[in-house]
Structures are given as structure tokens and as C-alpha cells.
Ligand binder design. Sequence first.
Ligand code: GLN
Length: 485
Amino acid sequence: MHLNRLTCHELVEMIRTESVTAEDVVEHVFRRIEEVESKVNAFISTFKDDALEKAREIDKKIRREGKVGPLTGIPVAVKDNICTRGKLTTCGSKMLSNYVPPYSATVIERIEAAGGIIIGKTNMDEFAMGNSTETSFFGCTRNPWDLARVPGGSSGGSAAALASDETVLALGSDTGGSVRCPASFCSVVGLKPTYGAVSRYGLVSYANSLEQIGPMAKDVLDCAILFSVISGHDPRDSTSAPRPPCDHTSALDGEIKGINVGVPREFFAAGVDEKVKKLVLDAVSVLEDLGATCEDTSISYLDYAVPTYYLIAMSEASSNLARFDGLRYGFRAKCEGDWNEVFSATRSEGFGEEVKRRILLGTFALSAGYYDKYYLKALKVRTLIKREFEKALAKFDVLVAPTMPILPFKIGEMVEDPLTMYMMDVDTVPVNLAGVPSISVPCGFADRLPVGLQIIGRFFEEWKVLKVAYAFQENTNFNLKKPEI
Ligand code: GLN
């Protein structure tokens, strides 16, 4: 049996009954990594020896105490912008290619306390800016469903590692779609939690007011299990909501009779691939057959979501990335000169093109004379969009939409065209502007490429989003299909 192909809930049960050991599971995962990683390039670094040692400790503990936690012995791959103490955390950038953080993110501490084993750090767009994983300093990750195509991004490594069974669980971060986009492109499950539901302590910031760390998995139950472990209040993050950790799996019973589903027509407008549209509308029919009431609806101002998102994200990025100066940590250019020259040389050489573009545009949007015209205006429009979602979600339990308007595209096909790239985020960024939770769940294949269904919910109602996603999954099983690599 290939243990690396199983889910967390299956494996924890097998580890509990001692029919397999945590060491077996970790060994299977690394065998798979050695087999396919040269093709997929999902990881920036892996920790085989440490992971095996941890697994053996866990096995001993089980024999001693006979108890397991929710993630006991489960391999977890972590996006490389989440700090892991003593382990390289590069953000996919030359700037941090030598950075070893002295502390771990809260989510890492919680995963380890629950028995999870961090097996490696996954590839990503540089500083999480992108939706294809092509801007990584460490080369592009390939989509396991078609190695000539992108896996989505920016958490492309995490999604590809799951799809190719190189891990059992993974973490991503989602500022404007970076968990949901690669989940959709690789046919796995990814949840963007409500803003404040998961601690951002130890997440290297891109755009603080938009982003959340999110669980990624091979099925909805695993996603709910990982979310239960990482969510809940953290005093070390001032934006963390004062809610205790709780079990988000109990609502997954397959029962969605009477749930009100809104289908906002703007998400299906021009620009959405007809094949994607068809699969998502088929998914709506499945929900209807299961007893949900589905109704056409409308959300205003969505035309403004992409420019609003990019103005805010780039402004926050220009401020956040000012800390990378080559003086205290990270890359420093070889340059004899005063601090200003060292600073400029370091940032010119250390950042890639896309990151520099965003720092420049963000700095411009925040500069005196333009602040009101761009940044402040964007904040106002954000409020309008947020209100629209609140209005729609007062009427409906959840809203459904495509996760991505298009199918996974070819590597290199879009790199020269940043605006087209930005436009691909039309269906994901409104959710981050509003701050509400949203999941992407596999809903079929077109031209043998995966398509994701997006389910958006009310603030802190991840349970309901997960419930609807679970019912859909249990009646369609698209998540069980595996790519041949
Ligand atoms: N594609 C979006 C961007 O480039 C979202 C990225 C993200 O969620 N980190 O900003």
C-alpha cells in the first residue's frame, strides 16, 4: 500500500491502532518525493532526517501512552513564507535565500503540538506575489496533471505536493487567492479562512490587511481537521480574533437540505472559460439535487475588485518589503559604498522583476499627492465591496462561483503580460477584500485539466462552507482522481 496516497484521517486511525507506524508514513512520503520531485519541483527544502527522527519519537510515545492527537505522525508541507525555527524560510526569493528564522510561526507550533511532522518547505511565487509559481527564485513548480502547465500560485508548491502525493497535508497563504487558485489548478482542497481566524504570527507579510494562512488537503475532512488545529486566538497577533480553538469537523455530515445558495452572476460574466462555467453550473445542480435552494443573485462593484485589490496589496507590500535592506539579515550585494549604495544594490539584485514592479507601484500609490486619489479611494471601494458581500450573505448561507475563470495555463505563456495575470484573480480577490471565508473544492475536469468550485461563507462560518463542500465532494468524488506523473 502507498501510505503517501492516503488522507490524514485514514492514516491517524491506522497509526492509532498501530497497523502502521509514523515512520512508515514518513518513509513512503520521502520515497515519493525522491521519485517525482525532479519533475514537479514542489519543494524548496526537505527535512528527511529530522522528519524520520520525529516519527520514531512519536511511535515510541504511542507505544508508551497509547494516545494520538489529530495529526499524530502526519507529514505536513509548509509554504516557504511561514517561519520554521532553525530551517530556511526563503519566501521564494534570492533576498531571503539564506534566511533561517530564530522562531516558528504559531501555526507551526500548533501543528507540532498536535503530532504533525513538518517534512519540508514548498515553492511559491516570490513573496507570494503571483498566481503561477513562476516568479520563484528557485524555478517554477510544475502542475502534476500536465507538467508543461503551471500549478497555480502563489502556494503552487503546496498544491502540487498534495496532488502528486508527496505530502499528506499542506499549508498555504492566501492574500488574493493563493490558497484557492493552486488548489483549483491541482484538484485539491484549499480554505481561505475568515480574516483573523488563523494567527499570522510568523507569516512573512505581503499585504497584512488581506492575508490568512490556510489549510490545504486531499479532501474536505482533512482540510477541516488542519483548520481546527491552526485556528483560534493567538495573543501574539494583534489581528487575531478572540475566539477559542474549536472542532470544525462536526458539521460534516453530508446533509445540506434547506441551505440557501446564492449564485452571483458577475462571477460567471465575460472572461470566464465556457468549460469552467459549465462545470461550476453542473456543481450548482448537484447542490440542488442534494436539497439546497440555489438562486441567481448579484453583487455590485465586482468590476472594481481587481484594481482595488492590487492598489491595496501593492501599497502594503511596498511598506512591508522596506525591511529587506541587506543590513540585518538576508542577502547582501557585494558592494563597496555607503549604506545607501549597499541598500540599493542589495534590493536591485535581491528582488525579482515582479516584486520590484509592485514596490514601485505601491510606493507611487502611497506618495503625497496621489494617496487620496489611489490608496484612499481603494480603501473606500473596499468598504463598498465588503458591504455587498455582507448584504448577499445576510440572504444566503453561502455563495458559489468558479475559483479561477480559466484552466491551468502553459508555463511561460503569460509572464510577459502582468495585467492579464492580475485579471485572473477576478473571482478570488473580492473575498479577501471582504474578509469572509472561502474554499476551493475539485468540481471536475475539462480537457483533462482540473476545475475548482469556490464556496464563500459568512464571517467565521467556516463550518458551513466546509459542510457544503463536504456534501458536494461525497456525491462527486472528483478529489479521488490522481494524476499520472
Ligand atoms: N495573485 C494575487 C497576487 O499576486 C494573490 C497572491 C496571494 O494570494 N498571495 O497578489
